[in-house]
Ligand binder design. Structure first.
Ligand code: FES
Ligand SMILES: [Fe+2]
Length: 387
């Protein structure tokens, strides 16, 4: 059940109580959709791209992925190719990755460069998107390099995370983050001090919303994940707080490695009352947030079609751990464990996708442990008026 700001004061981090409550009553079944169509319709996905992904702040990476001037990476949002660069000035900036000549992608993959050379006819752009060379066009009428720069896309950073927004009119990033209480909730983690150790991509055979819904679903943990992290993360230990479109959940218990036992110990600057378990949060529209006492895992979920999606996971550790001689091997265990329980999830996400085509499907009653799921459904389905 999502709450409005008036009904429920925004959560403030309180180390003793976490400011959270046990949800005693089951959330209402608030889904307005009457069939599974919203999970496989091309038309629904097109509206989601326009009304969600082209309007909201989107987390696309970490600043350390473009550490030095000239570093870049590419990322597609629906049909919009984007390149994120570290400009000469040191600024992190996103651009439309669409050549101003005939529209081919100018930057491909990731790397470090002074110039992007379009692979089709060789137009050359610098890492600030300025066109610097276009062969045989110098004397052409009506040609002015200055009118052929790559369009800049709004870019803001928070705690080392890079966010972009295609909407020129959107409120600043901090407006959304504060409305959903991310800065206060995660202040003790000082995530800007963490460094990216692992980044990996998984292709998931389902609608992107099922990834969000699965990663906010606490109800399934003890059942589906009995062989992985379920025993280290008991449902009874959960306290949580919903907001319009997402939630914050605080729990005690282990971390995301076998038996929940950390290979590194707590993040050195984390207060003692956070030396157990962690949080699960959902940042609209598509970020699963899993800080644990010893590391932080974030996952972004992207539609690639009505029934296919991509999940990108970022795993961050304190910089001081990187110099340990066995850091790589230990960090790899966090990747392996994450992939092991995501395999369990993917089987079920795929089964959900299949279930949506049944003429008998309609949304059922939900448990108190699915309040976060209801938040994501409200944001991505109900608020768009889908039935
Ligand atoms: S499309 Fe890029 S140079 Fe022609
Ligand atoms: Fe799961």
């Amino acid at each position: 059940m999502s709450t409005t700001k008036d009904e429920s004061p925004i959560l403030r981090y309180d180390p003793k109580t976490f400011g959270y409550s046990v949800i005693a009553d089951a959330p209402e079944v608030s889904q307005n959709h009457k069939s599974g169509r919203v999970y496989f319709s091309e038309e629904v996905m097109e509206r989601e791209i326009e009304e969600i992904f082209m309007k909201e702040w989107l987390l696309v990476g970490r600043a350390e992925e473009v550490e030095k001037a000239g570093d870049y990476f590419t990322h597609d949002v629906g049909d919009e190719p984007v390149v994120v660069t570290r400009e000469k000035s040191g600024n992190v900036q996103a651009f439309a990755n669409v050549c101003r000549h005939r529209g081919v992608k100018v930057a491909w993959g990731e790397g470090s460069t002074k110039y992007f050379s379009c692979p089709y006819h060789g137009w050359v752009y610098d890492t600030s998107g300025n066109l610097v060379d276009a062969q045989y066009l110098e004397k052409s009428k009506n040609f002015d390099k200055k009118n052929c720069s790559l369009p800049r896309i709004r870019t803001e950073l928070w705690e080392g995370f890079i966010f972009i927004n295609f909407d020129e009119e959107a409120d600043p990033l901090m407006h959304s983050l504060e409305a959903w209480d991310f800065p206060k909730t995660y202040e003790p983690y000082q995530m800007g001090r963490l460094k990216l150790a692992n980044k990996f991509t998984m292709e998931i055979p389902s609608n992107w919303k099922f990834l969000n819904e699965n990663l906010t679903d606490i109800y399934h943990i003890a059942v589906l994940h009995a062989a992985t992290f379920g025993p280290a993360q008991p449902l009874e230990g959960y306290r949580y707080k919903t907001f319009d479109g997402g939630y914050h959940g605080r729990f005690t218990g282990g971390t995301l490695v076998p038996e929940g036992k950390s290979l590194f110990g707590p993040i050195p600057w984390l207060p003692e009352e956070l030396h157990s378990g962690g949080f699960s949060s959902h940042l609209p529209p598509n970020v699963a947030w899993f800080p644990r006492f010893d590391y932080v895992s974030i996952g972004t979920n992207w539609p690639t079609g009505p029934d296919t999606s991509v999940s990108i996971t970022y795993q961050l550790f304190p910089e001081e751990h990187f110099s340990q001689p066995d850091f790589k091997e230990k960090a790899q265990q966090y990747v392996d464990f994450y992939k092991a329980f995501m395999d369990e999830d993917t089987d079920m996400i795929q089964a959900l996708q299949k279930g949506m085509k049944s003429r008998f499907y309609k949304p059922g009653p939900v448990s108190p442990f699915e309040a976060g799921v209801m938040g994501t459904i409200k944001h991505a389905v109900d608020d768009l008026g889908h039935e």
